[in-house]
Design a protein around this ligand. Structure first.
Ligand code: NAD
Ligand code: ZN
Length: 358
C-alpha cells in the first residue's frame, strides 16, 4: 500500500508604508510581545507606545551575534512569556539582523508562530523585510540555518533612516544598486541622478519615496513568482556569489551591502571580460558605487584562490551550478554557468585597473 499527500501552502502577506509605525495602530492585539534591536530601542524608546501588557526584549544586533546563542535568548523570551500559539504575533523591530533572527525563531517555536516585521534600516526596508527568508549564521557560514517563513505583514517607515549614519545608509543603497544593475534601469538612473539629495536628506522626501517604492516593487516582482527559490537562476543573487565567504571572513570590517557591492563590481568586470557589457557601462557602474562612498577595492576580491573557494560554496547553494547573474546592460542580465580561471583573473585585473584610473 502507498499513500501520497498533496497540499499547497497559501502565502499572503502585506507590506504597508506608514509614517508612524511605532504607534502600532495597525496591530490589534491585547498583549504586545516585542523583540527589538538594542541600538534602535535606545534611540526610539520614548516613541514606542508601551502599556502594562507590553513585554520587550532588546537584542544587541551585529552580524557576529546573528547566531544560535542569540536565537536561544529569543526562544527563551517566548517560553517565559507563555506566548499563545496563534493570537499573539511577535513584533520584530530592527534591521536585517534582528528581522532574520526573530523570523527564524518564530518559524521553529512550536513549529511556527506568527510575527510582524518593522524594519528600521534602509537595507531592511527594501530587502530583508520584503521576502520570506529567515536565518542565523552557523559553522562560520552566512545564513546556514534558516527557513522560508512569511510574516503576517511588514510595516515600512522610512523616517527611521534619519538616525542611521552615512555608512549604514550607503550599505542599504548597495542592495538597491545591485537590483538596479540587473533588473531596473529607471532605479539606476534615479540613484545616479540624485546621490546628493538622497544622502543629504537621509532618504526622506519625494525622490527617496519614489526610489524606495521602485526598489520594493522591483524586489517583489523578482521574488513573488519564486518564493521558495525552486528556480535557482535568480537575478537578485547578483552580488551574492563570491561575497558570502568574504563577508564572514571580514565580519568585523565589511558590512553586508559593502561585501555585496564589491561582488557586484567584480561580477560586472567578469561581464566586461566576457563581452557582455561595454566599458562605458562598466565605468557607469563603478562610478555609481563610488558616488555612494561604497568600497570598490578589497584585497580579498583580488585573491583568485579565495574567490574560487567562495564560488564552490555558492555552487552547493545553487545545486552544483554557479548560476552567476551577469549584467548585459544597465537594467538587464543573463545567468551564466561557466567561468574560467583566466576570465576571473582578467576580471580581477580590470577591477584593479578601474581603481587605479578613478
Ligand atoms: N532575509 C532576507 O531576505 C535578507 C535580505 C537582505 C539582507 N538580509 C540580512 O540583513 C542583515 C543586514 O541588515 P542591516 O544592514 O539592516 O544590518 P543590522 O541589522 O546589523 O543593522 C545595522 C546597525 O544599525 C543599527 N540600527 C538599526 N536601526 C537603526 C536606526 N533606525 N538608526 C540607527 N541605527 C540603527 C543596528 O543596531 C546595527 O548596529 C544581514 O545579516 C543580511 O544577511 C536578509
Ligand atoms: Zn543581500
Amino acid at each position: 500500500m502507498n499513500w501520497k499527500v498533496t497540499q499547497s501552502l497559501p502565502i499572503s502577506f502585506e507590506i504597508f508604508r506608514s509614517q508612524d509605525a511605532l504607534s502600532f495602530n495597525k496591530i490589534d492585539i491585547d498583549r504586545k510581545l516585542i523583540v527589538i534591536d538594542l541600538n534602535f530601542y535606545n534611540l526610539y524608546c520614548d516613541k514606542i507606545i508601551i502599556d502594562k501588557n507590553t513585554k520587550i526584549l532588546t537584542i544587541e544586533c551585529l552580524e557576529s551575534t546573528k547566531d544560535w546563542k542569540t536565537a536561544e535568548s529569543i526562544l527563551d523570551f517566548f517560553e517565559k512569556n507563555d506566548v499563545l500559539r496563534r493570537s499573539e504575533p511577535i513584533i520584530a523591530i530592527g534591521g536585517g539582523v534582528l528581522l532574520d533572527i526573530v523570523g527564524f525563531c518564530c518559524s521553529i517555536y512550536r513549529r511556527g508562530i506568527p510575527y510582524i516585521r518593522i524594519p528600521t534600516t534602509l537595507l531592511s526596508l527594501i530587502d530583508a523585510s520584503i521576502g520570506i527568508k529567515t536565518s542565523i549564521n552557523h559553522f562560520n557560514r552566512r545564513n546556514r540555518f534558516g527557513s522560508f517563513y512569511p510574516p503576517l505583514y511588514s510595516i515600512i517607515d522610512n523616517q527611521f533612516i534619519k538616525t542611521q549614519d552615512d555608512r549604514q545608509i550607503s550599505n542599504g543603497v548597495a542592495e538597491m544598486i545591485k537590483l538596479s544593475i540587473v533588473t531596473d534601469q529607471e532605479l539606476f538612473l534615479l540613484l545616479e541622478k540624485n546621490v546628493k539629495e538622497l544622502m543629504e536628506q537621509r532618504f526622506q522626501g519625494n525622490i527617496a519615496n519614489q526610489t524606495i517604492n521602485i526598489a520594493i516593487g522591483g524586489m517583489l516582482s523578482q521574488l513573488t513568482s519564486n518564493l521558495w527559490e525552486t528556480n535557482l537562476e535568480r537575478p537578485v543573487d547578483f552580488g551574492h556569489s563570491f561575497s558570502p565567504i568574504i563577508e564572514m571572513k571580514n565580519v568585523d570590517d565589511l558590512l553586508h551591502g559593502e561585501a555585496v557591492i564589491l561582488d557586484c563590481l567584480l561580477s560586472s568586470c567578469i561581464a566586461f571580460i566576457k563581452n557582455m557589457i561595454c566599458e562605458d557601462v562598466l565605468i557607469r557602474i563603478f562610478k555609481l558605487i563610488q558616488s555612494y562612498t561604497l568600497p570598490t577595492y578589497h584585497t580579498d576580491f583580488f585573491d583568485i584562490d579565495l574567490l574560487n573557494i567562495a564560488l564552490s560554496d555558492t555552487k552547493k547553494h545553487r545545486n552544483g551550478n554557479i548560476f552567476l547573474p551577469l549584467p548585459t546592460a544597465i537594467g538587464s542580465c543573463n545567468i551564466t554557468n561557466n567561468l574560467t580561471d583566466p576570465e576571473l583573473l582578467l576580471a580581477i585585473l580590470k577591477m584593479k585597473e578601474l581603481n587605479a584610473r578613478f
